[in-house]
Design a binder for this molecule. Structure first.
Ligand SMILES: Cc1cc2nc3c(=O)[nH]c(=O)nc-3n(C[C@H](O)[C@H](O)[C@H](O)COP(=O)(O)OP(=O)(O)OC[C@H]3O[C@@H](n4cnc5c(N)ncnc54)[C@H](O)[C@@H]3O)c2cc1C
Length: 92
């Protein structure tokens, strides 16, 4: 999508081994969140602090970005924005 936006003349071919939607994309829960179960320290081992921070910022902006693209492209994705509250229930 972004490659085509950047250079519309590009001819892009998707190659799928099974059938469209075979992978996780075809069976996920449809939960859209900027959260990611990851270890910043692990990513830092092969990257820079700047790189890890940039990734985190991109993740944090992904919900807005998906909504923006869906709106701009007229995609009815049945998006309903809700809040999310995370609480710690023990010291760990
Ligand atoms: C049960 C479940 C629930 C989930 N729920 C959520 C959720 O609520 N929210 C969320 O954000 N994420 C969720 N996820 C994670 C999310 O679905 C995946 O991270 C995402 O779909 C991955 O997309 P992808 O395009 O990288 O890979 P995929 O969607 O897995 O696509 C990869 C495709 O590549 C094909 N392929 C593999 N090898 C080859 C080859 N050699 N040649 C050609 N094609 C090949 C596969 O057949 C597959 O179709 C969930 C995942 C699962 C399994």
């Amino acid at each position: 999508y972004y490659l085509k936006k950047a250079r519309p003349s590009l001819r892009i071919v998707l190659i799928e081994r099974e059938f469209a939607g075979f992978g996780a994309s075809g069976r996920n829960g449809g939960w859209l969140s900027g959260g990611f179960g990851w270890s910043r320290e692990k990513y830092l081992k092969n990257s820079t602090r700047q790189g890890v921070t940039a990734m985190q910022k991109a993740m944090a902006g992904c919900v807005d970005e998906v909504i923006r693209v869906a709106t701009e492209e007229g995609i009815d994705a049945d998006i309903r924005r809700v809040d999310n509250l995370t609480v710690a229930t023990n010291p760990a």
